[in-house]
Design a protein around this ligand. Structure first.
Ligand code: MV4
Length: 450
């Protein structure tokens, strides 16, 4: 087992990784920008190295500084967390060239899954259901128009180098195709340095259901059930839960086996997530595979009993996964608490947190790097905490979450807590009846309430 791990990240995920390392008897090295000197990940790590100024490009994204920090502290492995360099093939490759174990996927796995069109071709080859559409990328608009015609409108044009909702165009009829195709290719070229696009049938009102998987170095891959992440705004997840209200035992097993096949296409190693669209008829389609630990991993931990960070570290150290049947127990919900001003278009609300009182009690978990007196820097993601609850049933989990949100006191910055309180009282949310369009098209937040 590793004696020392460097965490190439900040915020709650850096602290989350440090906590598991401590429990495993592994020493930790934090890295931090000058803006994060007072963050809890710096205080709780065994060692901390300042790697640059607030701007990410000069600190958390600066590979030579991370390598130097690992070398001067004798760290044997690097955990990248999520975001920043977590899915950067070059970082993965450079780590292994320096004999530092990258606790994440190989450059090949990152490259294959990062190219959405190539990933999709792989899925077709291995019998994972995909959305009907083009076979590979489309270079010519005329060819695209023909594929769209055959597929049937509406279609969606996606950037092959995109993902997470970036670089997508919906086309509802043929007269609009050329305009959208040209826009999609030039946008993709400008945003990702790769103009390649592909075409799919547009699935109306799908749910976003993703399967957590784990693969070890010995070729064994298993799944840990699903998370429903349909509650999103502008492709930002707001609330996640496991199990999904739309998935029963039979569907879970079908999606789980499909996710395992998806991971097998690249002999996947480590923790990963296979995202599916689930349509109104119960049909599901491969969307993307994320080769990292995800923000919402705690809801899976709460219902399966796994410590996913521990699993990642054990897998990276070559320890085989235990082959035991999946047992999911109860229901877990996560609310992302962002420092945002709901009355002004969710704009980031940086500044000093004057009062921070997290909720507690039975089956309430708060993953956060902040505390009373902490200053939220304006340079990073606005998520300042994750509130996770679990309970025997979904209904009880909703009641527990509402209770916990009521105890959560944060003063000095605006937060998304009032939004969550209203959402938890929404009849469609309570009924489990929602899809990826729900928050933007149906749910109305009232800033005057609360
Ligand atoms: C789709 C789709 C409908 N049909 N693909 C958005 C994120 C990216 N991973 C893929 N996305 C979508 N792909 C087809 N063929 C609808 C979306 C989509 C979406 C998916 C998941 C969660 C939120 C979403 C919000 C808008 C659109």
């Amino acid at each position: 087992m590793f004696k020392k791990i460097l965490i190439a990240n900040r915020g709650e995920i850096a602290l989350r990784i440090i906590r598991t390392c401590k429990e495993m008897g592994i020493k930790t090295v934090a890295v931090y920008s000058t803006a994060d000197a007072n963050s809890l990940h710096v205080k709780f790590a065994d060692e901390a190295v300042c790697i640059g100024p607030a701007v990410s490009r000069e600190s958390y994204l600066k590979i030579p500084r991370l390598l130097a920090a690992a070398e001067i502290t004798n760290a044997e492995a690097i955990h990248p967390g999520y975001g920043f360099l977590a899915e950067n093939a070059e970082f993965s490759r450079i780590c292994s060239e320096h004999n530092i174990k990258f606790i994440g996927p190989s450059p090949e796995m990152i490259d294959t899954m990062g190219n959405k069109s190539r990933a999709k071709e792989n899925m077709i080859k291995y019998g994972v259901p995909v959305v009907p559409g083009s076979e590979g990328i489309i270079k010519e608009f005329k060819h695209g128009q023909k594929v769209a015609e055959e597929t049937g409108y509406p279609v969606i044009i996606k950037a092959s180098a995109g993902g997470g909702g970036r670089g997508m165009r919906i086309v509802r009829d043929a007269s609009d195709f050329k305009k959208q195709f040209d826009a999609a290719t030039s946008e993709a070229g400008a945003a990702f340095g790769n103009p390649d696009v592909y075409i799919e049938k547009f699935i109306e009102e799908p749910r976003h259901v993703e399967i957590q998987i784990l693969g070890d170095q010995h070729g064994y891959i298993t799944h840990l059930g699903e998370r429903d992440c349909s509650m999103q705004r502008r492709h930002q997840k707001i609330l996640e839960e496991s199990p999904s209200p739309a998935v029963d035992e039979a569907l879970r097993e079908k999606m789980g086996q499909a996710a395992i096949r998806a991971a097998q296409t690249v002999q996947y190693e480590g923790a990963g997530t296979v995202e599916f669209l689930l349509d109104k008829y119960g049909e599901f389609y491969f969307m993307e595979m994320n080769t990292r630990i995800q923000v919402e991993h705690p809801v899976t931990e709460e219902v399966t009993g796994y410590d996913l960070i521990r699993s990642q570290i054990e897998i990276a150290a070559g320890i085989p996964l235990r082959r035991k049947a999946l047992k999911m127990r109860g229901h877990s919900i996560e609310c992302r608490i962002n420092a945002e001003d709901l009355a002004h278009g969710f704009r980031p609300s940086a500044g000093k947190i004057t009062v921070f009182h997290p909720p507690g009690g039975h089956s309430v978990r708060v993953d956060t790097h902040v505390y009373s007196g902490y200053v939220v820097p304006p340079n990073y993601d606005s998520m300042i905490a994750k509130l996770i609850v679990s309970a025997p049933t979904r209904q009880e989990a909703i009641a527990r979450m509402y209770r916990a949100l009521g105890e959560f006191i944060i003063e000095g910055v605006k937060t998304t807590i009032p939004y969550h309180k209203q959402l938890l009282q929404d009849e469609n949310f309570i009924a489990g009846e929602f899809n990826t369009g729900y928050l933007e098209k149906v749910f109305k937040f009232n800033p005057e309430l609360n």
